[in-house]
Write a protein that binds this ligand. Structure first.
Ligand SMILES: Cc1cc2nc3c(=O)[nH]c(=O)nc-3n(C[C@H](O)[C@H](O)[C@H](O)COP(=O)(O)OP(=O)(O)OC[C@H]3O[C@@H](n4cnc5c(N)ncnc54)[C@H](O)[C@@H]3O)c2cc1C
Length: 254
């Protein structure tokens, strides 16, 4: 069974982001980290590999400026077997659909039984790339999984809904997105960190994959968020609640 996990390298969320003054894109440092959201996808993939046994493999697939590949090595140290990184300067400013097209080409070239992704990334937040990917690959999209089980050729999930969960089944191959409550991601141990240094990382360009990026985002301008207005203090001399009701009615929340 070939399991692929889509992982995104992002600028360290603990460090302030800089915006390029001309393009307004985030300036991507050389040493990007693994998006924390994607640790859950990697863990689900590793648990499935452990269930299936020796014939199962886990490949990371990432479209990002290669840089130091620190984020990819973090996921390899957790236990993934290898990684494919699509790095191409023409992808700067790529939107979610372009990303899905590029990742779909890489996945079709490499082959897969299951593709796992996060529900939304920590920096881009589009929350649509995996569904676009499933459509392009022509396979079922199993989203918002809070529990994942494999039963032979069937994937069964508990899909998180607003008021509970739905049990959803689909045959392999499929695309699965996992929520951050789905499992407890393992921390890489020393052996894993050392092994990750030797695991294969293959890079691809758009030309290698036969993809011509079509949709490019243009950010016209970026404005700082206006400072929050000071709130209004209601003095309560016994009938303060009436003033609050009036305010809530004005805001049309009651
Ligand atoms: C040269 C270059 C520059 C880039 N610059 C930026 C940038 O400035 N800002 C930005 O947000 N993105 C950038 N990207 C990445 C890419 O454009 C975004 O990944 C894409 O727009 C998806 O948006 P999202 O993260 O909001 O998707 P979402 O739909 O929120 O992502 C959901 C899940 O899909 C998977 N996923 C998403 N993106 C990728 C990816 N690239 N590789 C593997 N898996 C992925 C992850 O599992 C993620 O949890 C750049 C990429 C390259 C190659």
């Amino acid at each position: 069974m070939k399991i692929a996990v889509c992982v995104k390298q992002i600028p360290d969320p603990a460090a302030p982001y800089d915006l390029d003054p001309d393009s307004h894109f985030v300036v991507r440092p050389n040493d990007q980290v693994l998006d924390d959201t994607d640790r859950y996808g990697v863990e689900v993939g590793l648990q499935l590999v452990e269930q299936v046994g020796e014939e199962a493999t886990l490949t990371l697939v990432s479209m990002s400026p290669a840089g130091s590949l620190q984020g990819i090595r973090q996921a390899l140290a957790m236990g993934a077997d290898r990684a494919i990184v699509i790095d191409d300067e023409t992808l700067r400013g790529a939107d979610a659909l372009t990303t899905a097209k590029v990742l779909a080409a890489a996945l079709q070239e490499d082959g897969f039984d299951l593709v796992i992704a996060g529900t939304e990334s920590t920096d881009g937040y589009a929350g649509v790339m995996p569904q676009q990917l499933a459509e392009l690959l022509g396979v079922p999209s199993m989203s918002f999984a809070r529990k994942v089980d494999r039963d032979g050729d069937t994937l069964r999930i508990e899909r998180q809904t607003e008021d509970g969960y739905a049990v959803v089944e689909a045959p392999f191959p499929a695309v699965l997105t996992v929520t951050s409550g789905v499992v407890e991601p393992r921390y890489p141990n020393f052996k894993g960190i050392m092994q990750a240094k030797k695991k294969p990382i293959e890079t691809r360009s758009c030309a290698d994959l036969g993809v011509v990026p079509e949709v490019q985002q243009v950010i016209q301008s970026v404005e700082p968020i206006p400072a929050r207005q000071a709130g209004e203090v209601v003095e309560d001399e016994g009938e303060g609640y009436l003033k609050i009701i009036e305010k809530l009615e004005e805001a049309k929340v009651i």
